[in-house]
Design a protein around this ligand. Structure first.
Ligand code: N01
Length: 499
């Protein structure tokens, strides 16, 4: 008989990491689980982002749950197929009854007298939970640029994450502001559709050439027959990413040289006109910003209906974009490919922990301290998925979330075994983790001089700067000396023995 205590767990978000929590918590014997989801479907990023060309730039056999392979149609699946996959998994594991759709968490407040969280929603629901898991994702809050006159544009304007499928772009002059990973996916589709496309580039990006090969039908049929046949493919791509990308960015000279060579050679060979090539050449190290993984942008930007504009934007006016040179670029539509508020996580909902500490107090001055990217000081029993310090970057966030959730379940076991009601990192442990991250940055490419959403306000990257193996090893053991563990209700053994 399972004599562990039964916690109530509230999960915020039913994207890839929330779905994972919804599967793994019951498998670990935790049955009191509620997932709050703001939309009316699961899927997170892959539900929200429907822009033309939306696709994963991580190989799909690796960008899926280890326990749930899928016969992917191409090496890097389109967003729609990933959404279908996530909906399939949610149904297969019977998660839908535990999800409150169309509900947004507005506040999460800790009560230290009962060691519970009170979670309020925009529907007026009030939930009490022993644990909260913020499975909100990192980049979910679209960022609008602070360009003067943004609201004075007379045409249609939208962010890539809020694509307006109701607007017919035929015959329209379309401006795209930004040249990150999203822009590299959407611009080729706009150009291919024949629209006059004006791309406003503030900073060029290094591109790693990776053609999106389709998997043949016979191969997919074999995977459908026996999903375990996918395993070697998953291992192949996982190894490639870990041994190449991760090592190149964290400091291995051979991999870094290869990454450098491949991106520079691709730019040299992929863009024929010298002046265009010069405009597309970054002045910072390869890999400093998150690598764009793409094979369609360079061909597209060389087409006659594509126009790369590198003069700065002075402002937006009723008829288009005014450049610092004084020239007006007339436009009918402006697409903001300007990224997301980095590290929004549970915000804009409010989070209030022990002694009235808010998340804005904890993450002040644009810094994001955490403990193993999962816990935060002053927020007992509150777990982040993909929190600051996760090895985000060119790797599978689903794989990372699996490792983190395993760690979270082991932390919950402290509570379930009756050893504590509150689990919180000590201030020293948080500082040590932050220092551990900083110590690894000297070797990484992220400090080689660029602006990116990885960086905090002090220019310190908030990513795990070591290898995948070290990421897993860092969470292998729970060091109780680094945790403040307290009992506020009778969490001691007698409760267990009474069961
Ligand atoms: O956003 P970004 P993104 N004036 O922040 C520019 C993930 N992703 O949506 O570089 C002019 O990278 C800004 O310029 P600069 C992935 O993790 C994953 O493209 O700051 N320009 C930049 O060019 C990715 O890293 C997949 O100078 C302005 C662009 O807007 C993350 O999402 C696919 C500006 C923003 O680039 C974000 O990518 C796609 C201004 N005022 C994306 N403000 C997968 O397949 C901003 N910019 C997994």
């Amino acid at each position: 008989m399972n004599n562990k205590r039964q916690p109530s767990v509230l999960v915020i978000g039913a994207g890839a990491t929330g779905i994972l929590a919804g599967i793994k918590l019951p498998e670990a014997g935790i049955s009191d689980v509620i997932i709050i989801e703001k939309a009316d479907r699961v899927g997170g990023t892959w539900r929200e982002n429907t822009y033309p060309g939306v696709a994963c730039d991580i190989p799909s056999p690796h960008y899926c749950y280890s326990f749930e392979p899928w016969p992917w149609s191409s090496q890097c699946a389109q967003g729609g197929e990933i959404q279908e996959y996530l909906e399939h998994v949610a149904k297969k594991y019977n998660l839908l009854p535990m999800i409150r759709f169309g509900t947004t968490v507005v506040s999460t407040v800790y009560d230290e007298t009962t060691a519970t969280w009170t979670v309020k929603t925009d529907k007026g629901d009030v939930f009490t939970a022993d644990f909260v898991i913020a499975a909100t994702g990192i980049l979910h809050k679209p960022k609008r640029p602070d360009i003067p006159g943004l609201n004075s544009f007379n045409g249609e304007m939208w962010h890539t994450a809020e694509w307006r499928h109701d607007v017919d772009l035929k015959g329209k002059r379309v401006g795209v502001i930004g040249t990150g990973s999203t822009s590299h996916q959407v611009v080729p589709e706009l150009v291919k559709a024949g629209h006059e496309t004006f791309v406003f580039q503030r900073t060029p990006q290094w591109v790693f050439p990776f053609p999106n090969l389709s998997f043949p039908e016979w191969m997919r049929n074999r995977w459908k027959e026996k999903p375990e046949r996918m395993k070697p493919w998953k291992s192949l791509y996982k190894t490639f990413i870990e041994q190449f990308f991760v090592k190149a960015t964290t400091g291995e000279p051979v991999q870094r040289t290869l990454l450098n060579l491949s991106s520079k050679a691709y730019l040299r060979l992929g863009v024929r006109k010298r002046d265009l090539r010069e405009k597309l050449t970054p002045d910072y190290g390869v890999g400093c910003k998150r690598m764009v993984v793409n094979f369609t942008f360079y061909p597209a930007i060389q087409k006659d209906n594509a126009h790369l504009i590198t003069d700065g934007i002075k402002g937006i006016e009723a008829d288009g974009v005014r450049l610092v040179t004084g020239e007006l670029v007339p436009l009918d539509v402006i697409v903001l490919a300007t990224g997301f508020d980095n590290f929004a996580y549970m915000r804009p909902g409010s989070l209030v922990g022990r002694s009235g500490h808010t998340i804005d107090d904890a993450w002040k001055d644009g810094t994001y301290p955490s403990y193993h990217a999962v816990l935060m000081e002053h927020f007992p029993n509150y777990f982040l998925m993909l929190g600051p310090g996760t090895p985000i970057g060119n790797n599978s966030v689903i794989g990372m979330a699996e490792e983190q959730l395993d760690y979270v379940l082991r932390l919950m076991d402290i509570w379930r075994d009756g050893d504590a009601d509150e689990i919180e990192p000590t201030p020293e442990a948080v500082s040590a983790f932050v220092e551990y991250i900083k110590a690894g940055l000297g070797e990484s490419v992220w400090t080689s001089g660029c602006q990116s959403w990885y960086l905090d306000a002090a220019g310190v990257p908030v990513v795990f700067p070591y290898t995948w193996k070290e990421f897993i090893a860092s969470m292998a053991e729970i060091d109780r000396r680094e945790l403040t563990m307290a009992c506020v209700k009778p969490c001691q053994q007698e409760v267990l023995h009474a069961v």
